[in-house]
Design a protein around this ligand. Structure first.
Ligand SMILES: Nc1ncnc2c1ncn2[C@@H]1O[C@H](COP(=O)(O)OP(=O)(O)O)[C@@H](O)[C@H]1O
Ligand SMILES: O=C(O)C1=C[C@@H](OP(=O)(O)O)[C@@H](O)[C@H](O)C1
Ligand SMILES: [Mg+2]
Length: 166
């Protein structure tokens, strides 16, 4: 299972909970990248830029897709055409859809600047434009979409469990 969606959609949270619930290992691509680089994503963006980050993100994701792990991706992975091709071959890509206002509230409330440099670099209207430009990509590659605005993390996990068992 691969979780996709914008920053703040709950991908990392839900993958961890799902892993616990199903007794399966999970991998968070951002955490894995930070482990490999031995620096935070923000530091890497500052030193090497977003294009270099997207290349590493592609490689780490490619490797993770060869395992049986539940995967939480970073919100921007679908900007890479090769990632979209890889995800379209799968049957288990889940888009956690969420309204922009709620996402914005979450990512600006959280003081984890190290993980989301784009939140600090961009204005609210730039982030709105980014969200809108990515929506079509998430929809294009996902086999399952869950509207998460009114759901708690536990309810999202339950919905995923029902969907994959039916
Ligand atoms: N369904 C939800 N309801 C309320 N808060 C949520 C929900 N999903 C995630 N959160 C919170 O939003 C923040 C971002 O979640 P995170 O899992 O890091 O998102 P992502 O990995 O998609 O960027 C965290 O503080 C998390 O606890
Ligand atoms: O949307 C993006 O471009 C990014 C999302 C982040 O992950 P989350 O979606 O888990 O916040 C992280 O990969 C990086 O900061 C870039
Ligand atoms: Mg995450």
């Amino acid at each position: 299972m691969i979780l996709i969606g914008f920053m703040g959609a709950g991908k990392s949270t839900i993958a961890r909970l799902l892993g616990k619930e199903l007794g399966r290992p999970f991998i968070d691509i951002d955490t894995e990248i930070e482990k490999n680089l031995e620096m935070s994503i923000s530091e890497y963006f500052a030193q090497r830029g977003e294009t270099a980050f997207r290349q590493i993100e592609l490689e780490v994701l490619k490797l993770a897709l060869t395992t049986e792990r539940i995967i939480s991706t970073g919100g921007g992975c679908i900007e890479t055409a090769a990632v979209r091709s890889l995800l379209k071959e799968r049957q288990d890509v889940i888009f956690l859809r969420c309204s922009f206002d709620l996402l914005y509230e979450r990512v600006t409330r959280e003081a984890v600047a190290s993980l989301r440099p784009l939140v600090n670099q961009k204005t609210k209207s730039e982030l709105t434009a980014l969200y809108e430009s990515r929506l079509g990509y998430y929809q294009e590659v996902a086999q399952i979409t869950i509207d998460t605005d009114a759901l708690t993390p536990i309810e999202i996990v339950e919905e995923i469990q029902q969907l994959v068992h039916n």
